[in-house]
Design a protein around this ligand. Structure first.
Ligand code: XIL
Length: 326
């Protein structure tokens, strides 16, 4: 028999998966058996729920929320303020000029109020601000429309608006390259300053888009310790283990090699061994998908290249990696 991942980990942390209106159909049984938490892969992002000012489109998001409810699953809300998948109208005024700070913040407030308010009974955790920290430095924040129009306070404001919309929700900052030493220190700097200003931020979301080699276990550990030192809960929010390193641009592989799968088993064993050491600090681990039949990595960073990042294969059968984790 195949043990249920969420049951195996019940005393440690929640196990989650990102889903779409398609995968809640095609992966229904697998999701129901192993995952206790869902994240909408795209359907709750600003461009999905408010494509035009004041016109809200919640059908797909609702479908996912309903599926979660029917299966007794929690949900992580993703995401409220981001530089991607956010409609341009938010940053433009009636004359087609860049909108001023007050207008942009008012729109942010309306957006966050509507989305967080709608799911108040069902979603108690939100990725409020996504990927605001720069990859390169020396500047702390990445260039974005939010930064350009509203200034750096857009981050604090987003958390305040989310907190006003739901006083009980746990509010997360979420980012990638979160274990890279330089970026880790910048993220830490941002979170520390938010906390010092009394911002209602309760957690750090470590995306966890990792590969067979990177980041190293030592880097993961150092990042976990640093974020935890700020007295924040940690969630792994978008875990996948690419079988390709970042600079590997091969597109010809139709199946993973035996070496890749073996390396992936060792890697998952290492990762979950480490995460288990921090259960209590890490309270949720969400994969950015559930099984190798569908992953965003099939299109990123290289177009039309199959990847096999999960614990279940294309037929939803457990891989060697599953057994290491379970
Ligand atoms: C990705 C989705 O998986 C894709 O389907 C979409 O085309 C682009 O966004 N970091 C995040 C996620 O926070 O929202 C991104 O999701 C992956 C990287």
């Amino acid at each position: 028999v195949i043990p249920s991942l969420k049951e195996v980990y019940a005393d440690r942390f929640a196990i989650g998966a990102a889903v779409s209106p398609q995968t809640i159909v095609t992966q229904k049984e697998l999701l129901a058996a192993h995952y206790g938490s869902l994240t909408a892969e795209n359907e709750m992002k600003p461009v999905s729920v408010q494509p035009e000012e004041g016109r809200f489109t919640f059908e797909d998001a609702d479908r996912i929320a309903r599926f979660a409810e029917e299966h007794g699953m929690q949900m992580r809300g993703h995401t409220l303020a981001w530089h991607n998948q956010t409609p341009d109208w938010m940053f433009v005024d009636g004359q087609g000029q860049p909108a001023g700070r007050d207008l942009v913040l008012q729109r942010m407030k309306d957006h966050i109020g509507a989305v967080v308010g709608r799911y108040k009974d069902r979603i108690k955790v939100w990725d409020v601000v996504n990927e605001a920290v720069s990859d390169e430095g020396p500047q702390l924040l990445r260039p974005s429309k939010w930064l350009e129009t509203a200034g750096e306070e857009f981050i604090r404001r987003a958390f305040e608006y989310a907190h006003e919309a739901d006083r009980d929700a746990l509010l997360f900052y979420n980012d990638y390259n979160e274990c890279h030493p330089d970026k880790r220190d910048r993220i830490h700097r941002l979170l520390k300053s938010l906390k010092e200003q009394g911002t209602p931020v309760h957690g750090m979301g470590m995306q966890g888009h990792w590969s067979l080699q990177r980041p190293s276990a030592d880097e993961i550990r150092a990042a976990v310790e640093l974020y935890a030192s700020l007295d924040l809960q940690l969630h792994i929010t978008e875990l996948d283990v690419s079988v390709f390193e970042w600079d590997d641009k091969r597109t010809d592989l139709l199946e993973p090699t035996a070496e890749m799968l073996e390396a992936q088993e060792r890697r998952y064993e290492e990762i979950f061994g480490l995460l288990r050491e921090y259960s209590g600090v890490i309270t949720s681990v969400t994969f950015w998908g559930a099984a190798d039949d569908y992953t965003w990595l099939d299109h990123f960073p290289v177009r039309s290249r199959k990847n096999w990042p999960f614990l279940f294969d294309r037929n939803h059968q457990p891989k060697g990696s599953f057994w290491k984790v379970a």
